[in-house]
Design a protein. Sequence first.
Length: 271
Amino acid sequence: MEPQKNILTVPVSIIIAGVIIGGAVLLSNGGPAKNVFKEPAQATNTSITENLTLRDVTADDHILGNPNAKIVMVEFSDLECPFCKSFHTTMQTLIDQYGKTGNVAWVYRHFPLDIHPKAFTEAEASECALELGGNEKFWAYINKLLSVTPSNNGLDLTQLPKIAGQVGLNVTQFQTCLDSGKYSAKVKADYEDGLTAGVSGTPNTVLVMTNPITTAAAKRLSEINQSILNQLPPGSPNVITLDSTNKKVGIGGAFQLAVMKEIIDLILSGK
């Protein structure tokens, strides 16, 4: 087996990504974010505490917003994942609403799945965009790519240099960079970091807080998690997890905007 293919093998649990979206849709009532979820339909003693280990956010990361924000959303994403495509819009809205105040920042890390082999090359392409145009062009490139790809490995890779031109990059220099494969190791490093953090599907986001959340907030997160699990097949893994330090929250799926807002507001409230 080729090294790259072996590294990009993903557990079967990736299939729950679509189910998580379905659960979030069923549980959204369209009202204010604080009212998104009703109380769990059944009592539970299930713990959402897990060890969420990932490398620290540094200047080498792709970041939008204040690096010292109260919440840094570290998203692991696949550029050919249809759920990532829809969740990208949600994340853009969140950073637009919360980033301006400096409370929330967004870090993008690569997690190309084996079922989307083109996603690895696309991730390398985004790194070439960074090399040629800095952080601004990195984000412009993935924004454009996600807006045009049909997802599920459907993008024609000949479009990659064209996208580079569309966001204002030198197409010849971009193609040379992409052909070199120089960013293969960087993409793999992001992927391995995701595995260490327990990522098994995309999108998967870890909210890293400057301060630990309160006991009451942890209880509410457990209730939201259980509300979603009540809509999923018995034995489904937690879709919300909490690190033992109470300073990291794992979000396993493409949650709706209202759900993400409830979680962020809960954390920022300090209650």
